[in-house]
Design a protein around this ligand. Structure first.
Ligand code: NAD
Length: 506
């Protein structure tokens, strides 16, 4: 299908997914494919008034949905998972066309949605509370978890569909309704997901209207969601800059926030590292998805004794990795999302050069693929210290490499950035591995041994510390974030003993 133009490919894929052509034409929000820079859709943006109405409808849907038994709610998510299985190839292709990921990553993103559906279905029978020993005779003390309300989801362009699924599937089995504001750069995949969800809802039958809805638009529509008093929780994924605006607004109205913001992820290569394994992990972590994952590897600390071997081998990979149309099977690196992203990368490279960084790669390539398509050779930059440019996230494939002598010092430098998402160490030394995972080691939400920082499984909690926002999504006990906790005490006796022995006899 690579012989189709991008525009034809998008139209054909949307049609197979059941998205009506009129939904992607005639509107003011322009969707482009980063593969060629072509315009592939013009969508109608949601106005503030419409957004308000949809949120109100979602609130009404919540009032009904919360009364449906959780395992039944799970059945809706199971049906949605079936739709995703059937549409895996097409939806994965649309992710490739709209976000520029290679095909296996586009498909992988849909697989991640299917995985979280399976997880949520099981969870729908496991939303359990606690019974706690009461200090009073003939009393039962317990904890119950209840649905919360409308869950707002704001997502970024680089995981245009999986992030919504992490939030929505859990929110739905927990008895909530969902309102989604996808990235303005990836509205088509969102429309396709909504179409699949509506198909599952029709099969389920009796789903309250507006249980899961979509607000197409930019920042202004996202702001309606953030400010709306009917939305007790907003899960927002995007830049730290976005989080800085959103977090205080939510705090001001005492709404909950799950913030999944920028990362600046590091890896340590120790003297005992299995270098072949480490190089494969570093290559995928730093160059994969053209450096546009929140978990992309951006800083590499290599022990002096293995530095020359590691860096010379990495340079060869950087010089030879296949870059181009991500629909081609032989290509590993697709385009940057847009011109702004390309310019930000060039600016960071200029700054790195100004502080004496030695740069391999970084130039624009494959200009024949489109005037407004931005393909770059990933950049490897050797630096001697963590200057400002190294300490901030540039959302592009730049890997800063530094030499270290002492592990404690490497860990100190590793942690000495504002972000705290993901991290890893390559070592076969048990003491080093355990040190890195200990309280004295990595300060990130994710810390791995002999695995790169990206490509998390859904079973664990995903998220990071510091400027990454502190939110956690997906597995473990993250479902609790989408519910409210009620502590209940039941007195099944005929006396009324007060806690702490307080006397109040009337
Ligand atoms: P972005 O911040 O530009 O936009 C993200 C979303 O926020 C979009 O839907 C946008 O419309 C919305 N938005 C922006 N300002 C808003 C506001 N004031 N109120 C309400 N909504 C607002 O991010 P992007 O360029 O799409 O994505 C890249 C960034 O996302 C990177 O920093 C990356 O690290 C981060 N990211 C983090 C995670 C994570 O899990 N930690 C995952 C994916 C991406």
């Amino acid at each position: 299908m690579t012989n189709l133009t991008v525009v034809q490919d998008v139209a054909a894929t949307l049609s197979r997914l059941g998205v009506a052509a009129e939904r992607v034409s005639g509107g003011s929000l322009i969707a482009r494919s980063p593969i060629s820079g072509d315009i592939v859709g013009r969508l109608t943006e949601c106005t503030a008034l419409e957004a308000d109405e949809q949120i109100e409808r979602a609130h009404q849907a919540f009032l009904a949905w919360r009364a449906v038994p959780a395992p039944k709610r799970g059945e809706l998510v199971r049906l949605f998972g079936e739709e995703l299985r059937a549409a895996r190839e097409d939806l994965g292709r649309l992710v490739t066309l709209e976000a520029g990921k290679i095909l296996s990553e586009g498909q992988g993103e849909v697989q991640e949605m299917i995985d979280i559906c399976d997880y949520a279905v099981g969870l729908s029978r496991q939303l359990f509370g606690l019974t706690i020993a009461s200090e009073r005779a003939e009393h039962r003390l317990m904890e119950n978890w209840h649905p919360l309300g409308v869950v707002g989801v704001i997502s970024a362009f680089n995981f245009p569909v999986a992030v919504w699924a992490w939030n929505a599937t859990l929110a739905l089995v927990c008895g909530n309704s969902v309102v989604w504001k996808p990235s303005e750069k990836t509205p088509l995949t969102a429309l396709a997901v909504q179409t699949l969800f509506e198909r599952a809802a029709a099969k389920f039958g009796g789903v309250p209207e507006g249980l899961s809805t979509l607000l197409i638009g930019g920042r202004a529509v996202g702001e309606v969601l953030v400010d709306h008093p009917r939305v007790p929780l907003v899960s927002a994924t995007g830049s730290t800059q976005m989080g800085r605006t959103v977090a205080p607004k939510l705090a001001a109205r005492f709404a909950r926030a799950i913030l999944e913001l920028g990362g600046n992820n590091g890896a340590i290569v120790s003297p005992t590292a299995d270098m072949d394994l480490a190089l494969r992990a570093i290559a995928f972590g730093a160059m994969g998805t053209a450096g546009q994952r929140c978990t992309t590897l951006r800083r590499l600390f290599v022990h002096a004794s293995v530095y020359d071997d590691c860096v010379s081998r990495l340079k060869k990979v950087y010089e030879s990795v296949a870059i181009g149309d991500p629909r081609r099977q032989d290509v590993l690196i697709g385009p940057l999302v847009d011109k702004q992203s390309y310019q930000a990368m060039q600016q960071s490279l200029q700054q790195a050069s100004a502080i004496g960084g030695k740069i391999v790669g970084g130039a624009r390539v494959a200009p024949e693929l489109g005037d407004d398509a931005y393909y770059v050779r990933p950049a490897l930059v050797e630096v001697s210290s963590q200057d400002d440019v190294v300490r901030r996230e540039t959302f592009a494939p730049i890997l800063y490499v530094m030499k270290y002598e002492n592990l404690q010092e490497a860990v100190r430098l590793h942690n000495d950035v504002p972000q705290g998402l993901s991290s890893c160490i390559f070592t076969n030394d048990l003491r080093e591995a355990e040190y890195f995972l200990s309280a004295l080691g990595s300060d990130c939400g994710i810390a791995n041994v002999n695995i790169g920082p990206s490509g998390a499984e859904i079973g664990g909690a995903f998220g990071g510390e510091k400027e990454t926002g502190g939110g956690r999504e997906a597995g473990s006990d993250c479902w609790k974030g989408y519910m409210r906790r009620a502590t209940n005490t039941v007195n099944y006796g005929s006396r009324l003993p007060l806690a702490q022995g307080v006397k109040f006899d009337i």
